[in-house]
Design a protein around this ligand. Structure first.
Ligand code: SAM
Length: 216
């Protein structure tokens, strides 16, 4: 699919830093390879079903959700709706989006949004500290889909707790999610793609492998 140059990686969890230049640009979130996919809905029912299944695996111990790219679609057609409709009240939800999503904010329900480019990770970390949170239990990446932006977004992965789950939308064709998914190190993570095919943008989930070495 993409002709990827594999640059040396000093990033947590990546085998290499992908680049799709000169075939395509690393700063665009769309290439003509995305045009082969025709969807009825941006975030399909099948995407919502898989996301819910994954979230329910850790819901009861999930203290902190961070979502990159918030509520562009209605609650019953988005990832955000899955989190807000299913999280425990005490679970903190932090959404970051370049657009204002303050209509979602509710201190009583532990729902916070930050209007910023997701590359300003320090804003999320600062809010987490204020809320006495030191790790992310569910990280969902669905913002801008360029290679460079998803690399920024992947850098939140170092804050994910040992039992935490990372989800990425648009892993079937968009340049960032597609190439960063491939670069994720299988020695550290198990990674699985769902909703493959030409009528869905695709969704993937990544979990840390359990380190049993300390038990030996
Ligand atoms: C594809 S929508 C997905 C939103 C949400 N996951 C949903 O299901 O409705 C992408 C969102 O990412 C936001 N976005 C785009 N570029 C961004 C950036 N650099 N940083 C943070 N959010 C960004 C857009 O404003 C938009 O709301």
């Amino acid at each position: 699919m993409y002709q990827v140059t594999r640059n040396n990686s000093d990033m947590y969890g990546l085998k290499y830093i992908p680049s799709i230049e000169p075939q395509f640009s690393n700063v665009h979130d769309w290439t003509n390879l995305c045009e082969g996919i025709k969807v009825q809905r941006e975030f399909s029912d099948a995407n919502r079903e898989e996301l819910l299944k994954q979230f329910l695996k850790i819901r009861d111990k999930c203290k902190c959700i961070v979502e990159i790219g918030v509520a562009r679609n209605a609650p019953d057609e988005s990832s955000t709706g899955i989190f807000l409709d299913n999280k425990l009240t005490e679970t903190v939800y932090i959404g970051i989006d370049i657009e204002s999503k303050t209509f979602l904010n509710s201190v009583a329900d532990n729902i916070y949004t930050i209007q910023a480019d997701s590359k300003y990770k320090n804003k999320v970390i600062k809010l987490m500290k204020e809320l006495n949170l030191d790790s992310i239990d569910f990280l969902f990446i669905d913002g801008f889909h360029s290679v460079l932006q998803v690399l920024f977004d992947w850098s939140y992965a170092e804050f994910v707790s040992p039992f935490g789950i990372i989800g990425m939308h648009d892993t079937n064709a968009h340049p960032g999610p597609y190439t960063i998914f491939d670069a994720i190190d299988e020695k550290i993570f198990t990674k699985t793609k769902y909703c493959l095919g030409n009528n869905d943008w695709g969704i993937s989930f990544i979990e840390k492998k359990v380190d049993n070495s300390k038990d030996r």
